[in-house]
Design a protein around this ligand. Structure first.
Ligand code: ZN
Length: 506
């Protein structure tokens, strides 16, 4: 790094800073909308957010930005591949090219159609009537196909959509990974179903106690009042507004501990946002690289750490002190672990456990690929859904609300998003295995309540790169291998074999 950066790079940074500032404002408005905004603020908020998005888009596709990037390309091409400035120029150029490919009127049409569809979805779900949403979904599928058409180089039209959420990933790769996952998850679930059922925690769990436990736990991860907030929201999420301003949300119920696990999950997302190299602040690279890698972080903290024996060896006594033996079904750690790791095939994705979750995603992936291919008509979705749920999870779908209408993604125009949830879990297992190898006494540390070694390893191997390294490279650098479902399957088979006293899954 002895040579000075070209002046044009300074101009690029100034433009990226502006784009990120616009995003900053949009993230904050979005966070506020889901946490504090009174309902009657919605129409004005919608206008304000649409304006921010329009201005952002105009600047992102500005031909002057394109010329700047074009001019920097030869310089970036000969820099050290690890050089951050060159990576910024390279990724910014790809973003610009991608943004320019989709005509502004198509983007606007899609935004309008999905905003309308989301409103209809709420009503359709309430009435459990898919027919209400059907024409809106037909329109969205058509518009999404037109977006895919803007990327004629893709092997499959779905790939163009998937690439938006998981850069570089293809439907062929997802198909191959899911083909390995599917039969072994189904077999695991059959094994669990034949074993003695897991207990349920009796409760109740006063919300104040849950908040206290969650804050004590994530305090050890690096959550601190100076840089983080936690608020309530209908659907828990995390918004990394800026470095040093991470907002997570949760939703607590006195009936179970789901709110505590939601905090672990969202703080996992937040640690990723917080751990990006400060040198990438106020560029468009200072955030997680893809939804899949993001989800690998949340799942790692929620499931691999937060549902492990070692972790609860430390925290179970604290939970007993806060909620009492009766609420936890006795003072034994074994029963508690079986309860928080219960496997129960069900109808609803967001309530699914670690084992059944992947099958919910596989169903959605298969259906949305067929929608984009034109092999499945939107009108036939509810039937295809019921059939898939029966095959994959052995459950009968009673109505649309508990079936095809449960998720907002398709109504929101998001096709190609679902696979990232399962990809995240797969990557989490790969990272967990690599972290165990690198930190020899990881479990002993967790049993002492020490999570900082793991956080530092993740920061060094995953977080700090932000968007400057492709998702597949993140996995490769951190684990030494490509995307691989085997560590996840081995983890699940070993863990649930022991918890449910079943052997010989395969
Ligand atoms: Zn998540």
């Amino acid at each position: 790094m002895s040579d000075a950066l070209p002046d044009a790079f300074g101009d690029l940074r100034a433009r990226l800073a502006e784009l990120d500032d616009l995003d900053h404002a949009a993230r904050l408005l979005g966070w506020d909308q889901q946490t504090h905004m009174p309902p009657s603020g919605a129409p004005a908020r919608g206008e304000a957010m649409a304006t921010l998005e329009r201005v952002h888009h105009e600047r992102a596709v500005d031909p002057a930005l394109g010329e700047l990037l074009e001019g920097l390309a030869p310089w970036a091409a000969v820099r050290d591949p690890e050089d951050e400035a060159a990576a910024i120029a390279r990724v910014a150029r790809r973003d610009h090219d991608r943004a320019r490919r989709v005509p502004a009127d198509l983007t606007a049409e899609l935004a309008r159609a999905s905003s309308e569809a989301m409103g209809v979805w709420v009503e359709a779900k309430r009435r459990s009537d898919f027919a209400l949403l059907q024409p809106h979904l037909e329109r969205i599928v058509e518009l999404r196909r037109r977006v895919a058409d803007c990327f004629p180089g893709a092997d499959h039209p779905y790939d163009a959509l998937l690439d938006h959420y998981e850069p570089g990933m293809t439907s062929a790769q997802v198909r191959a990974v899911f083909a390995t996952l599917r039969p072994r998850l189904v077999r695991l679930i059959e094994g669990v179903a034949a074993a003695a059922p897991a207990p349920t925690l009796p409760g109740p769990f006063p919300v104040a106690g849950q908040r206290r436990l969650a804050l004590e736990i994530v305090g050890g991860f690096g959550f601190e009042d100076a840089g983080w907030r936690i608020d309530d929201a209908e659907h828990p999420f995390c918004a990394g507004i800026a470095p040093g301003d991470i907002r997570v949300t949760s939703r607590f119920s006195h009936q179970d501990l789901a709110g505590v696990f939601a905090v672990l999950h969202e703080v996992g997302h937040g640690l990723y946002e917080q751990g990006v190299d400060p040198g990438l602040a106020r560029t468009t690279m200072g955030t997680g690289v893809s939804l899949g890698i993001h989800e690998s972080q949340s799942r790692l903290w929620e499931n691999f750490v937060g549902r492990s024996r070692a972790f609860w060896e430390h925290w179970h006594p604290r939970a007993l002190a806060l909620f009492g033996d009766a609420a936890l079904g006795g003072a034994e750690l074994d029963g508690f672990l079986r309860a928080i790791n219960a496997v129960r095939p069900g109808l609803i994705r967001v309530k699914a456990d670690e084992v059944t979750y992947g099958l919910h995603v596989i169903l959605r992936f298969e259906l949305e690929v067929r929608l984009i291919e034109g092999d499945l008509a939107v009108a036939d979705l509810p039937d295809a859904w019921s059939q898939g749920m029966a095959e994959l999870l052995g459950v009968e779908v009673p109505d649309d609300a508990h079936g095809v209408l449960q998720d907002i993604h398709w109504a929101a125009g998001e096709i190609g998003y679902f696979p990232t949830y399962a990809l995240g879990t797969i990557v989490a297992a790969q990272l967990w295995r690599a972290a165990q190898a690198a930190i020899g006494d990881l479990e002993e540390r967790l049993a002492r309540g020490d999570t900082l070694a793991l956080r530092e390893w993740l920061r060094e191997r995953v977080h700090r790169f932000g968007r400057t390294v492709d998702p597949s490279d993140v996995v490769h650098r951190a684990t030494g291998s490509a995307l691989d479902p085997e560590p996840l399957l081995e983890h699940l088979e070993a863990k649930y074999g022991a918890l449910y006293d079943v052997s010989g899954w395969r």
